[in-house]
Design a protein around this ligand. Sequence first.
Ligand SMILES: [Zn+2]
Length: 471
Amino acid sequence: MAESARDIERQILGEVWTSGEIYNSLLYLCDDLGSRFGGTESEHKAAEFLLQKMKEYGLQNVHLEEFPVYAWERGNCELSLTAPVERDFSAIAMPFAGSGEFEGEVIDLGEGEAADFDHAGDAVRGKIVLSAAETNRPGEVTLHRTDKYRLAVDAGAVGHIFVNKNPGLLHITGALYAKNPGGKKDADHEAPIPGIGVTHETGSMLRRLAERGTLQAKIKLQNRTYLSHSSNVVGDIPGQNADEIILFGGHYDGHDIAYGAGDDAAGTLVGLEVGRVLAPFAGQLKRTVRIICFGYEELGLGGSWKHAERYTDPSSTEKLVFVMNLDGAGRGQGGQERINTTSDQAMQEYFERWAGQNHYRIDTNNRISAHSDHFPFFLAGFPSGTLNSSDSTAGMIGRGYGHTEGDTVDKVHLRGLQMGSALAARIAIALANEESLPTKRRNESQVEAELEAAGMSNFLTHHWGRDNRVM
Ligand SMILES: [Zn+2]
């Protein structure tokens, strides 16, 4: 590494470790603005705040990138059993669930993986599916909520009850996809069948009761889906080759039932912090480091579908070199950072080499995940990865407190934010200054082949987020 780059590193690390700015911003986003749920006033105010921060820090070309979205307003949700006992349960609707009364026999599909649906076959038709929401233990790849939901819809289910895998009386949430994405009416953008989330404890009780006999359930919902807008917040630290872009950022929207502190105020603020500490070094790095705070990730990766278009536009002179998604960065106490490269072994090896040379212990992984903001860029052929950190101290699986009422500020710590920011900023410098990176943009057939090799070719035709887009 050139002496000057090392010098910049020393200064930015000093800045990261002596500032509490990032934590104050976390408090403002969560305690003052709230959940920042996609398309709502709270999300719009957060965009304005992040825009002002980027300007204050001296990032350049700072702007909002607006796009139309469907927003969703939560109303009443009732879940009651009529057999084998009469009982009411606490449950919440999942975003884009519609309104009405639904009744049916409940079929327990356990984890709700593809094999469980295969095994049940036609028995699912006309019933309400009961399954785990997301079940993956660390490192395990299993179906996403929306994939399970699609299997239920395709099998003719009339409803889907998702169970949180983690105990603690926490309801699980997560967006569903639109029944008629291209439609012009608000109702076209509601989910095809109702999906609701229940706690681990409710799920356990339903399963115990199911062993006594047929479970009959009633679901009553009152929700509203309406047209709105969201925005990405974008700012640059221009490099000497200004048109070569290294993109860093996480999403700033959260789910309406909590504060989205760990998912993903932490990650978006790690990106903003990288911008803050690098802004004084404009013109000193080879490539441009572009900071983005993605809007509307939770309800359909809206911000990343939108922003990826900027680089696929044939009239654009910009060349997107690498995308680092920060969804989940800065969580925990620090020291459990990891990088997942998106089907890019050469870059995985690059990050491992970088860690070795910089005396940093970092876990790496190389696989395709279709469910965060790097994915639209991957589909468009751009090399990408995700830098985040696990909070395994909680001993939870899957999303942990994410997508529950428990995703609150007290789970996020300044040290974790600083650790994530320090690593992200150093990696941004490395990627911006590297003579050439061992990766390049792929064409359409290469992307298709990689999805196929990963058993994910279904995402070429169906992706819940793309299906939810307003064009
Ligand atoms: Zn997230």
